[in-house]
Write a protein that binds this ligand. Structure first.
Ligand SMILES: [Zn+2]
Length: 232
């Protein structure tokens, strides 16, 4: 019962090797990182748009306030020019000075907002050029990866054909368990119990389970989930 599965796993190891090679290839890694960047671009641009909108709004508010204060200043100034009594003159002069201070503060605030906007424009430009580079990287490495995949296809087909043949000899329940783990990226799936510990993780196999494996059962390790058997 276990021999057939072990034979299957032996051939499956060749398939696994190709899969690992493809997944770990420079071309796939580069294509994947480029794709990840491109996928995130929309979100980045949306964030920038939101910030740009906030800054525009802030700028408009500052400009409106500045206009309002400038009008006030003009009124006080004209009143100041026509004022005759000392007290009124002092009051109006103070008012004009206060407004000038406030306006100056607004101008510096407006400049800060403007430099923030310039920063955003720079970021837009960076995103644009980085995106272009990422697109080129994706195209180039996607092509390379496909070529690599193609170059392994015949070998893969051959192995898969052999696996299909071998599968017929394996107990279906066991085969299903194996495939489930294999699809979950566990490999190798089947290990031998050495002494009374799991051959994969060295966890002790309970006595009751040992009795079952001694009778030829294939069990699952409680700790690492690998399939375990005992060599006769
Ligand atoms: Zn284990």
């Amino acid at each position: 019962m276990i021999e057939e599965l072990l034979k299957y796993q032996e051939v499956d190891a060749k398939l696994r090797k190709i899969e690992v090679e493809l997944a770990g290839s420079e071309a796939r890694k580069k294509a994947a990182s480029a794709k990840k960047y491109i996928d995130g671009v929309e979100e980045n641009v949306n964030k920038l748009n939101a910030r740009a909108e906030e800054l525009t709004h802030a700028y408009d508010e500052i400009a409106a306030e500045q206009e309002r204060l400038s009008e006030q200043k003009a009124e006080f100034k004209s009143a100041f020019e026509h004022a005759e009594d000392e007290k009124a003159i002092t009051y109006l002069l103070k008012k004009v000075e206060d407004l000038e201070t406030k306006i100056k503060r607004l101008v510096s605030q407006a400049n800060k907002v403007l430099s923030g906007m310039q920063g955003i424009i720079k970021e837009y430009a960076t995103i644009k050029s980085t995106t272009k580079a990422a697109q080129a990287q994706l195209a180039e490495n996607g092509k390379k990866y496909n070529e690599l995949k193609q170059s392994k296809q015949a070998e893969k087909d051959e192995i898969e054909k052999e696996l299909k043949k071998l599968e017929k000899e394996v107990d279906p329940v066991l085969m299903e368990k194996y495939k489930k783990k294999r699809n979950g990226k566990i490999f190798p799936v089947v290990y031998e119990i050495r002494g009374n510990v799991c051959g994969a993780c060295n966890m002790e196999v309970p006595m009751s389970v040992m009795t079952r494996v001694k009778n030829g059962a294939v069990v699952e390790c409680d700790n690492c989930g690998k399939l375990l058997y005992l060599k006769k």
